[in-house]
Design a protein around this ligand. Structure first.
Ligand SMILES: Cc1cc2nc3c(=O)[nH]c(=O)nc-3n(C[C@H](O)[C@H](O)[C@H](O)COP(=O)(O)OP(=O)(O)OC[C@H]3O[C@@H](n4cnc5c(N)ncnc54)[C@H](O)[C@@H]3O)c2cc1C
Length: 390
């Protein structure tokens, strides 16, 4: 009987609990320590919950492909007492636009994506214009469009469905702050809670999202993951943009439909301030100075729009190479990390949960080799660069 304690019950922690609970060879007890059952500032609550295959790294594409299949069959897989969760998956695609200077990278990424089985097409400006008459192709050399298997879903609903199913399968959620580890030599022997209780464990999982570096510190591990604020604006626009995919403009600004309106935003550019764990207030200047002008250039219908609301959340940003870090640290063999997804973690939470469950129950990856995302690359200083970070 293995005792597993997962610190953090967001999408990554709850997916790990679920995949472990359904794993045919797992025998044991699973506890998730989640200090805020309302998930008020968890990344999984504040996400744009979009899913794409347009990555530059084969392992990221494969993780999205599992995530997509998982979302498509979630109503059955996560059903509890006849209640089938509706996760609202829509698949209008992503459209990555490149200017002349970004064309080679777009083409290289396209080749990697096609090799990995992604259903993507490279489109010339005239073809883009035919498909999307509302789009201005000024300054655009080409676009890469996901023809199927890309879009968005209801992330908080997925989190709640995973949590509910995990509990139904016997997982215990403890609503407390985890504050430290107890050690037995190089191993973690327990997770200490704020009320002084120690949850003994054979394996601990760090699924603490943007706060994961603090958990790593308890084990003396320097995890290069920081809480970085990202802002999202919700706008209304009178003129419809038929079949609008999730557009990533060559400037880095993104927009996509959400209900009757649109969500949009942008990550700070090279050299712009991007402090660790700032307050989650929204700065409208980012919208007025960068996001709106780029949107209005790309789709003139956005010259007239109304901002309806906005929010901010934390990316659990991997400052080393902006990719997930999954697996144990070489110095602490029974502490498994599942952190640092830098803006693509909710779509990768199903594949991450399955992979961590296999590490625990099988002693290694079975379904998909996630070792390119292992901690050893960080220790060795070998970056796994993902070129499509949004
Ligand atoms: C604005 C925004 C847009 C995004 N858009 C996308 C997108 O389109 N597609 C995509 O794939 N990803 C996106 N992401 C990223 C994605 O949301 C995250 O990668 C993912 O939700 C991370 O899940 P998590 O479970 O690791 O973290 P979280 O959801 O933050 O969960 C971690 C949990 O750990 C708990 N915790 C932490 N420390 C402790 C402790 N000591 N004791 C007890 N509990 C603890 C916290 O309370 C929290 O609930 C976006 C993120 C943001 C902020």
């Amino acid at each position: 009987m293995q005792r597993v304690v997962i610190v953090g019950g967001g999408a990554v922690g709850s997916s790990t609990a679920y995949h472990l609970a359904v794993h045919p060879r797992f025998r044991g007890n699973i506890v998730v320590v989640e200090r805020d059952p309302t998930y008020r500032i968890a990344s999984s609550s504040l996400s744009c919950s979009s899913i794409r295959q347009q990555f530059s790294t084969p392992v990221n594409i494969a993780m999205s492909q599992y995530g997509l299949g998982f979302l498509r069959r979630a109503a059955e897989a996560l059903e509890v007492d006849g209640d089938k969760p509706q996760l609202g998956l829509r698949e209008p695609g992503y459209l990555f636009l490149a200017s002349a200077s970004g064309l080679d990278v777009l083409r290289d990424n396209h080749a990697v994506q096609r090799d990995a089985g992604a259903d993507v097409a490279l489109l010339q400006p005239s073809e883009l214009k035919t498909r999307f008459p509302w789009l201005s192709t000024d300054g655009i050399a080409a676009g890469s469009l996901g023809l199927s298997g890309e879009g968005w879903f209801d992330g908080p609903a997925m989190l709640q469905a995973l949590r509910r199913k995990a509990r139904k399968l016997g997982v215990t959620y403890v609503a407390q702050d985890a504050v430290g580890f107890t050690r037995a030599g190089e191993r973690i022997s327990g997770v200490r809670l704020a009320d002084g209780t120690v949850l003994d464990c054979d394996v601990a999982v760090n699924a603490a999202g943007p706060w994961a570096a603090r958990v790593a510190e308890w084990a003396g591990v320097d995890l290069p993951v920081r809480a970085r604020k990202r802002m999202v604006y919700v706008i209304a626009c009178r003129t419809p943009l038929p079949n609008c995919p999730l557009v990533i403009d060559a400037t880095g600004v993104f927009f996509r439909q959400e209900g009757l309106g649109y969500v949009c935003g942008r990550s700070p550019g090279e050299g712009e301030p991007d402090p660790d764990e700032p307050p989650l207030d929204v700065d409208d200047a980012m919208f007025h100075d960068y996001v709106w002008p780029a949107m209005a250039t790309r789709a003139p219908a956005f010259e007239e729009l109304k901002m309806m609301s906005s929010w901010a959340g934390y990316y659990e940003y991997n400052v080393f190479d902006q990719n997930g870090i999954i697996g144990p640290h070489p110095a602490v063999p029974n502490l498994i990390f599942a952190n640092g997804f830098s803006g693509h973690g909710i779509q990768h939470s199903p594949a991450t949960g399955r992979g961590v469950a296999e590490l625990i129950a099988d002693g290694g990856y079975v379904s998909l080799d996630l070792s390119p995302l292992g901690f050893s690359r960080v220790v060795a200083g070998n970056k796994l660069i993902e070129r499509n970070i949004v």
